[in-house]
Design a protein around this ligand. Structure first.
Ligand SMILES: [Zn+2]
Length: 127
């Protein structure tokens, strides 16, 4: 998943590219890809939700009766995370974000449990 912070674009772009390239033959089991986790923030190109001003990354475990951002966190925590063996939440740092235009295609590394995945443009592999 990406777009926890709406102004962090590389993860959102990477997931959209992965969505276009994946075929059913590539997947064993189930894969859930969410390119814009915090849609209000992604649409507004902001770190925080444009609806309630909250930081989704700080709202877990969520609240089913809370704000929109708290409800997103609650849904993820109670519905999607229990369906998953591994959850990868892609973020980028401010310095990296400023380098996107100069360094595209980019390479990023994420850690999932004890494994590290290296993503380079449209290729995604675990070591
Ligand atoms: Zn972030």
């Amino acid at each position: 998943m990406a777009g926890n912070h709406g102004d962090e674009y590389p993860g959102q772009i990477a997931i959209m590219r992965l969505l276009r390239k994946l075929t059913p033959q590539d997947v064993t089991g189930r894969i859930i890809l969410i390119p814009a986790l915090n849609m209000p923030a992604a649409r507004a190109s902001t770190r925080l939700s444009s609806v309630d001003g909250m930081n989704l990354n700080r709202c877990f475990l969520g609240d089913p009766n809370g704000t929109v951002t708290q409800m997103i966190a609650y849904y993820l925590t109670t519905v999607l995370f229990p369906l998953s063996d591994v959850v990868v939440d892609l973020h980028v740092a401010d310095r990296f974000r400023q380098m996107i235009s100069a360094r595209w295609p980019f390479t990023s590394t994420v850690t999932a449990g004890c494994r590290t995945a290296k993503h380079t443009s449209s290729r995604f592999s675990f070591k």
